[in-house]
Design a protein around this ligand. Structure first.
Ligand code: C5P
Length: 236
C-alpha cells in the first residue's frame, strides 16, 4: 500500500502580515514548509510527498527543500500551485502516480501536527473510509450571523449546538479516486474551504478521527508565538 501526501503551500499568508509567503517563514530557524514536509515524512507509511509551491516560486522551493534531505524511503516532488487552495490541491493531485492507495492533503500552515495524528488518519482510510478528517471539539461558542458591510454590527441568526461541532484540521485522508472525482466535479468558488467539503458535496461519507492541539493552523501573528513555544518545548 502506497500513501502520498500533497502539501498545498502556495498561499501568500496575508493574515500573517506582510513579508515572505507563509510557508517559507521560519519557525525555530527552519521554514514552516520544511516542518510540514517532515511531519508527513515522519509517518513510515508516506512514501511520496508532493509540495505545491507558489506559482512563480517552484524552482526556489525545490532548491530550498533540497537543503533539508529526507530519509531514503520518501520521494519529494515540487509543482507550481494556483490562485486558490482548491486549484493548488488539484495541481498537486495531478502529479500523483497511478499506484497510490491513500492520499493525504496537508496544509503547509500546520507545521507541527504529530505523527500519531497522521497515522490515525491513514489507518482510518485503510480501514475503508473514503474520506477522513482529524478534528477537535470547540472551546468557543459559535454564532451564525447575517453578514453586513464592515463597521455595521452583524445580527446573530443562530447558535449551533457546540457539542455537535468540530474544528477540522489536516492532514485529511482520502481514497484517491474519491478525492480526484470530488475535485473534477465540484466547481471552484462554491465555498468549500477544505477537501473533505468537496467529497461531502459528492454525497460520499466523511468521518472524523481525533485531531491534536498541536495541529493548529498558523494563520495570524499570535499563532507564530504559539508555534515557537511548542517547538521550544519539544526541543527542551
Ligand atoms: O489560506 P489558508 O490558511 O486556508 O491556506 C491553507 C493552505 O493552503 C496553506 O498551506 C496555503 O499555503 C495553501 N494555499 C495554496 N494555494 C493558494 C492558497 C492557499 O496552496 N492559492
Amino acid at each position: 500500500i502506497r500513501t502520498a501526501a500533497v502539501i498545498p503551500a502556495a498561499g501568500r499568508g496575508v493574515r500573517l502580515g506582510p513579508g515572505t509567503p507563509k510557508a517559507l517563514r521560519t519557525l525555530g530557524g527552519t521554514p514552516m514548509l520544511v516542518h510540514a514536509v517532515r511531519a508527513m515524512a515522519a509517518s513510515r507509511a508516506v512514501s511520496l510527498i508532493v509540495v505545491v509551491a507558489p506559482p512563480d516560486g517552484a524552482t526556489e522551493v525545490d532548491r530550498l527543500l533540497h537543503e533539508y534531505p529526507l530519509a531514503d524511503r520518501t520521494d519529494l516532488v515540487v509543482v507550481p500551485g494556483g490562485r486558490t487552495r482548491q486549484e493548488s490541491v488539484r495541481l498537486g493531485l495531478a502529479a500523483l502516480p497511478q499506484d497510490i492507495d491513500v492520499v493525504l492533503v496537508h496544509d503547509a500552515a500546520r507545521p507541527l501536527v504529530p505523527v500519531d495524528t497522521v497515522d490515525a488518519v491513514i489507518a482510518a482510510v485503510r480501514a475503508g473510509a473514503p474520506a477522513v478528517v482529524p478534528a477537535l471539539p470547540l472551546a468557543d461558542t459559535v454564532k451564525q450571523i447575517d453578514p453586513r458591510p464592515q463597521g455595521t454590527p452583524e445580527p446573530v441568526v443562530g447558535t449551533p449546538e457546540r457539542a455537535l461541532l468540530r474544528a477540522v484540521q489536516t492532514p485529511q485522508g482520502f481514497d484517491p479516486a474519491t478525492l480526484l472525482k470530488a475535485h473534477d466535479t465540484v466547481v471552484e468558488g462554491e465555498g468549500a474551504t477544505d477537501d473533505a467539503g468537496l467529497v461531502e458535496r459528492l454525497g460520499a461519507p466523511v468521518v472524523v478521527v481525533p485531531g491534536h492541539e498541536e495541529a493548529f493552523k498558523v494563520t495570524r501573528p499570535l499563532d507564530l508565538v504559539l508555534a515557537e513555544a511548542v517547538l521550544a518545548r519539544r526541543r527542551a
